[in-house]
Design a protein around this ligand. Structure first.
Ligand SMILES: [Zn+2]
Length: 332
């Protein structure tokens, strides 16, 4: 296929696809201006999971962020829709709105109380991961001792299964992820994780983790962070290498997109410096200023997938159909 043909094919597919970005990277507690959500809407993204908290901050900060973000979305209904169901996502797409729900990075946000899961669900949180890089009350973090799931972590999974919140294993220690995927009754995702086989970094995941995730019916979201894709690499070629690696291993129906794009990158780098324990120097944090694959690059990524011979239905799945399938199965 010529370059012009693959470009045309990619444009058609991108228009047809439900485009799902499973995680944003801007600092939810640094006063992030949500007007920037327009970056995603303009790029043709239909659904974005917006991060509202992580283990670095206390749980009260997360509740405050939820209050602020919910109020902002409710007062900007022309372009944005705070969604509860997958039917809401389809409706938002038809109306030209960007659908938004929330995610949590780390179970410190629960303040040790399993009853918080259902409260967060009611506030719009649709996925939550165990531990943000360091161990916590639920399990192990990927840059800490390789510990397993705690009894509290097990209880949280049961409650997440009950209320319909997606169990997420990104940022989490190998042992905890493998145990969590055994315990969960519902599909489990790695919301934003690249392949360790292509870039040996503690935040990236091993082939066994990708296989175990697919076995649950879940999806691995390839993330657009320069440090995890390669050595400071945000090219579309490298991004598609990670997609292709996971697809070759378990099938393209278990691969998705999760750019972790931060419009306030300087802010985020400041955070890294202020909390070295979460982002240790020996994992290359701070070696380069962090950069991210922006949402507008998704078109070029689609084009490269076409060039590499991915089938149409595989591309539509990776662009969003696969994460939508998991949401259809898990959200209540
Ligand atoms: Zn993250």
């Amino acid at each position: 296929m010529s370059k012009a043909e693959s470009r045309k094919r990619a444009a058609q597919l991108y228009k047809k696809a439900l485009v799902w970005d499973d995680h944003s990277g801007f600092d939810p507690h640094g006063g992030a201006d949500l007007k920037n959500l327009e970056i995603w809407r303009r790029a043709g993204v239909h659904y974005l999971s917006v991060n509202v908290g992580y283990d670095v901050v206390d749980w009260q900060a997360t509740v405050k962020t939820l209050a602020r973000f919910r109020a902002w979305l409710q007062t900007h209904p022309k372009k944005y829709a705070l969604v509860r169901t997958t039917a809401d996502i389809r409706r938002a797409r038809k109306d030209g709105k960007l659908a938004i729900a929330f995610d949590l990075e780390g179970m410190n946000s629960l303040n040790g109380d399993v009853n918080m899961v259902s409260l967060y669900y009611d506030l719009g949180v649709r996925q939550m991961l165990f531990a943000y890089n360091l161990n916590n009350l639920a399990g192990g973090g990927c840059h800490d001792g390789n510990v397993g799931l705690t009894p509290f972590g097990r209880d949280v999974i049961k409650e997440m299964n009950r209320v319909g919140m997606v169990v997420d294993c990104s940022h989490t220690a190998y042992r905890t992820t493998m145990e969590a995927m055994q315990v969960s009754d519902a599909p489990v995702i790695f919301s934003h994780s690249c392949a360790k086989a292509l870039r040996d970094h503690g935040r990236n995941i091993a082939d066994e983790q990708i296989k175990a995730c697919a076995k649950t019916g879940g999806v691995v979201g390839i993330t657009g962070v320069s440090l995890f894709l390669g050595e400071n690499d945000t090219t579309s070629e490298t991004f598609v290498n990670h997609i292709a690696h996971a697809a070759d291993l378990v099938g393209a129906e278990h691969v998705g997109i999760s750019l972790d794009y931060a419009f306030d990158a300087e802010n985020v780098d400041g955070l890294l410096d202020a909390h070295k324990a979460y982002w240790p120097d020996n994992e290359d944090y701070g070696r380069w200023p962090t950069s991210y694959v922006p949402p507008k690059q998704l078109m070029e990524i689609t084009e490269i997938m076409v060039q590499r011979g991915f089938r149409d239905r595989e591309i539509l799945g990776v662009l969003g159909g696969n994460f939508m399938r998991v949401a259809n199965e898990v959200w209540k």
